[in-house]
Design a protein around this ligand. Structure first.
Ligand SMILES: Nc1ncnc2c1ncn2[C@@H]1O[C@H](COP(=O)(O)OP(=O)(O)O)[C@@H](O)[C@H]1O
Ligand SMILES: [Mg+2]
Length: 415
């Protein structure tokens, strides 16, 4: 068969050819865009690879369709943002939306203590002007930023602006350094929204994001509508597998058995669907007689290597022991484990037992490292979907694989 383009897109933030499911979240977001006065902002959260960045992109389209402007950034690199820097960050983003607005009234400028600029050219609401307002406003960074946003709102008029930040779990207050960028962000938006400015915050990130917001300001609980992304249900998983081939009018497609095998192996996690489909599709187009069985086990082994191994390698020896215990006690249907279960399991595990406080401390470190998170019920889960299965395979705890599957990957894949 001639070369056939692969219609699947495994990779962080890669737009799939078909966004499956997520209708309730989109409907909810549309409702929030209808708010005249902003009472609810948005937290979009869920484990890695569940589709937050992709959905955020859909939200952008919905917002723009509804007449909003949309600004924002990916905060992956934002671990040590100071208050000044988050303020500058917001102004930089804002300037992209407002840079072409002309500050028409002399009043607007004089109100914030500026003498009207010379008549030679129109003054636009660009970065330089916004930073001047920031620089000359009195008070703390939060007071200054409020001034800037209020001023911008006055110039922009009633059309709202969404401030969207992806990977926002990276924003954290640093009490030791007396820097509270998260607190600043929340204070500023709460305050301007009370004055009916239509600037909305949309924060997207890993499951520790919302607890972090509430830690910073308890009122965050009431300020956000939390949209928690879960894996896709069976119908949507099938759609995610089947639709891209149709969209691309591909000459080959998965048969029912293959689709079922992929639903099963991916457990409905979008990243795993894309990954498995991408691999399986590449193999399928090489099959001369068109008969194809998804080598799920081999693909999952590749996934272990490509996706999980890096995370595993970051853990210390003792952390690995605990992770392996967690994988053993994890109740698969809910994908959770508790401190008590870990302590208990460590007593019978044969290794050096963990104390309750030891487990608690280590779970805190693993949470910080982004490997586990505390779910609402007080239990813990792996922050990376299907990590438990990977660990069970690592620790030889997985259901034994049929003997012919071992060590033959390259041969089978190349056939
Ligand atoms: N609704 C969806 N339907 C199909 N594929 C999706 C969907 N959402 C995400 N994906 C795919 O899953 C992968 C991970 O998506 P991404 O948005 O980067 O996840 P996250 O931001 O939660 O880590 C990407 O390859 C993307 O194409
Ligand atoms: Mg993402």
């Amino acid at each position: 068969m001639n070369w056939v383009a692969n219609p699947y897109r495994p990779g962080a933030g890669h737009m799939p050819l078909h966004v499956a499911g997520r209708e309730p979240e989109q409907a909810e977001f549309r409702r929030l865009l209808d708010q005249e006065v902003i009472l609810s902002n948005v937290v979009l959260t869920g484990p890695c690879g569940v589709g937050k960045t992709v959905l955020l992109e859909r939200f952008r389209e919905l917002a723009v369709d509804a007449g909003w402007r949309w600004v924002g950034t990916d905060l992956s690199e934002a671990t040590s943002l100071s208050e000044e820097r988050i303020a500058t960050r917001l102004i930089t983003d804002l300037a992209l939306a407002t840079g072409r607005f002309v500050v028409s009234s002399r009043q607007a400028l004089t109100k914030i203590g500026f003498s009207a600029t010379s008549q030679r050219r129109e003054q636009t609401l660009d970065y330089d002007l916004l930073m001047r307002v920031y620089g000359e406003a009195p008070g703390l960074p939060s007071d200054k930023l409020k001034q800037v946003l209020m001023f911008a709102a006055e110039v922009v008029g009633p059309r709202g602006i969404v401030f969207a930040y992806d990977e926002a779990q990276n924003l954290a207050d640093h009490a030791a350094a007396k820097e509270f960028p998260l607190g600043l962000l929340l204070d500023v938006f709460k305050s301007i929204q009370r004055r009916e400015v239509r600037f909305m915050l949309v924060l997207s990130g890993l499951p520790m994001l919302f607890p972090r917001l509430v830690d910073s300001r308890t009122y965050a609980e009431r300020m956000f509508r939390v949209l928690q992304l879960e894996r896709l249900d069976e119908a949507s998983s099938r759609e995610a597998i089947v639709r891209p081939v149709e969209v691309m009018r591909s000459p080959v497609c998965f048969d029912d058995a293959a689709v079922a095998a992929i639903v099963e192996a991916s457990r409905g996690y979008p990243y795993f669907i894309q990954f498995i489909c991408h691999e399986a599709f590449a193999m399928m187009v090489q099959e001369p007689d068109g008969r194809f069985v998804v080598p799920a086990r081999d693909i999952v082994r590749k996934l272990d290597h490509d996706f999980f191994a890096a995370r595993w390698s970051r853990a210390t020896e003792r952390q690995r022991e605990l992770l392996l215990l967690a994988a053993r006690v994890e109740r698969e249907e809910v994908e959770e484990f508790t401190t008590a279960e870990l302590v208990e399991a460590s007593r019978t595990g044969g290794g050096k037992p963990f104390s309750s406080s030891g487990v608690a401390q280590m779970l805190a470190a693993l949470t910080e490292a982004g490997l586990v998170y505390q779910s609402r019920s007080g239990a813990y889960s792996f922050a990376v979907p299907l990590f438990g299965g990977f660990l069970r395979r690592q620790g030889g705890l997985a259901a034994p694989s049929p003997p012919q599957a071992a060590g033959k990957r390259s041969k089978r894949a190349g056939r």
